[in-house]
Design a protein. Sequence first.
Length: 87
Amino acid sequence: MCCVIAGRVQMVGFRVFAVEVASQVGVSGWVRNRPDGAVEVLAQGPPERVEEVLRQLRRGPAAARVTSCEETKVPINDHLVGFRLVP
């Protein structure tokens, strides 16, 4: 699942929050800032775990204010291991 999260999501620890949540839940993927001010997340794993990550990302860390979360299904990438920040 790929999602683009908009609102007050940059410069508030959102990417670190995403890495922590995804690592705790046990999904693979990445998170990055977008030039438009949004944050993009790719998360893959068992559906219930991916949904848990998305649920927490819709809330975000304390300093964030999420206004939207656009989700798109994407093909599984078998080469992804772990969850990390990407430039």
